[in-house]
Design a protein around this ligand. Sequence first.
Ligand code: NI
Length: 272
Amino acid sequence: MTAPDLPLSAAAHPLGAEAIRLQLRTWPEIEAYLQRCKGVIVPLGSTEQHGPTGAIGTDALTAEAVALEVGRRTGVLVTPTQAFGMAEHHLGFAGTMSLQPTTLLAVLHDLVLSLARHGFERIFVINGHGGNIATARAAFAQAQGSAASRGLAVAPRLRCQLANWFTASTVMQEARRLYGGREGHHATPSEIALTLHLEPSLQAHQRPLPEAAPAGPIHGPEDFRQRHPDGRMGSDPFLAQADHGATFLELAATALAKDLRTFLAEPSGTLP
Ligand code: NI
């Protein structure tokens, strides 16, 4: 299986580059798409505090932007963003909206099953939040089992892959080059830079901050707030610049588009 050669988008479709957005398509178009490609991209974020100067939507904004850029480059459909993630440890800060691990597991499970029912075989989840990783993997295992037990035709060929844009090696190298140890672990300048590129109005929040508490163990919202009083973990988001964000988007989209093509080309390992 290979990525479609922009089958629904670009010049061929009146929506142009926006044609990769599932939200803007019709069901007959999705049926036609499935004749050519069984892959789909699901952006996964979180709605949680990102320090005193970072946007609460950072992880959803960044995952969506990377996902749409990967979609434009590969022609693979992008679903709406799942903007709520597992952010229990950030609940000590106003504005955070979290799904418990079991809730997120159920949401991802149901979304994968919905897609699998229509014949999607390769689910590529582009994630913007480290706290989602363990639960997303558990959800994939659960969905795989459910697809089989429910007798879905695609069950033997169903594959899910988690792609964390912020751990792409080129992204991490660039963050290290630009920010060194001040990249930190939460409300990092790299993710804040990407939001500044996407939403220039966020620049108004930027101001110098005192040194952040270093990363440590996480034992729930009260403990987190005590250890990290302003929400940051070892980061200096004041170093973020919008032009850095443009570079991070380019690096992440390049790396993940390559991973997606490989994922789509992998044989399913089943007999015909
Ligand atoms: Ni984040």
